[in-house]
Design a protein around this ligand. Sequence first.
Ligand code: SAM
Length: 455
Amino acid sequence: MTAWQQGSIVEVTIVDLSNSGDGVGRWQGRVVFVPDTVPGDQIRARLIQVKSSFARGKLLQLLQPSQQRVRPACIVADKCGGCQWQPVAYTAQLVAKQQLVAAALSRIGGFQQVPLSRILAAASPLGYRNKATYPLVRSPTGQVKAGYYRKGSHKLVNLNQCPVQDVRLNPLLADIKADIQQQGWSIYSESAQQGRLRHLSLRIGRRTGQMLVTLVSAQPTVPDLEHWAAIWLERYPQLVGVCLNHNPAKTNVIFGPTTTCLAGQPYLEEQFAGLWFHITPTTFFQIHTEQAERLLEVIQTELALQGSETVIDAYCGVGSLTLPLAQRAQHCIGLEVQPEAVEQARQNAARNGLTNVEFQAGDVGQLLPQVAQTLPQPPAVVVLDPPRRGCDRTVLEALIALRPQRIAYMSCNPATLARDLQQLCQQGGYQLQAVQPADFFPQTAHVECVAFLVA
Ligand SMILES: C[S@@+](CC[C@H](N)C(=O)[O-])C[C@H]1O[C@@H](n2cnc3c(N)ncnc32)[C@H](O)[C@@H]1O
């Protein structure tokens, strides 16, 4: 009889998808996670990591493929770690994301009656990313590679195009990589901590078509790069700027502190929610422009601002939520830790003629209580849009003390969202009114949500 141990070969039917993207099956009552599988697949897998209640398996054979299994749009989908769900039909991806959000809210947040709306599907599950940042490596044979890391490893899968990025970026990826190769510029080696070029970053304004190229280098200069920046600018009419970011640190953070413009301008222009934004190489902007606009519409509808409210937008980036909200509120205050983003947010406000908005640079946990003291009464609304790790305890405590009437909490991580919502409801006495998921990241296991709370 087959034992529950490493190396055993089991046959399972995949019934679900996990938040890390793996297919989920059951064998004799215990859970088996198997990457590269689709709900409905009947498979044979080898158990490669075994715990008492679950195991991780490696797909050995597809005994009966699921009807939800599709041909991946990407030729390296089986290797590349960029996407997890290329073989999963888009409708099944949406079902899985809806279930992941529901499960996080009930299991982590403890919400039994979840007011969860149906996920907003993307108009196209391909060609949506407005930004892609590729690590660069040189292979032992001297070939320059740009791509994403292999699933579960630090080995690079070389790409000349990527089906989830905006198609207009594809030629730049292939051509600039070839130019780097031809110029013989040195490529940074993580293990030796030597060499220059670390990343190639491409950004595009979906509405304007303007593109920005940024090379990240461990050295402050790259020989002859200015000359090549001018060539690229001429070669691609939609390319508006080429920048060099200097990152000498031993780190997996992509960008370093200094960025210089080598040709053209150090930003691209984009229209978002009817407003004009300048976007630079290193500041945050949602990677799915159209879906971000749709979620903003949901926020606007749900909040139904009357023009008399004070709104705090915490974790505001370059103001892509702050400015549209300011159009319907009396006063908006954006809080953001990255000084460069704050500077851009201020300029974006001025660019759009919005004078009822201000931005403060610093940590939300510190700024929130300070800002609260300057207001005659609590703000009507606080919008939160933290990074994946969610809000620090200090932020939630400050928020509970501040007690705004309404909170809109946007998040790309259902687990930390559910954790923070639980604290706001249990300790702060808030009520969870609605949760709207939206697919910002088709072909991956990631999902965006906005949750609405009232005091
Ligand atoms: C998910 S982004 C949201 C940005 C913006 N709301 C948008 O939609 O474009 C999170 C932002 O929070 C900022 N951030 C991260 N930690 C922070 C902190 N402790 N205090 C203030 N801002 C922070 C990041 O720099 C980033 O701009």
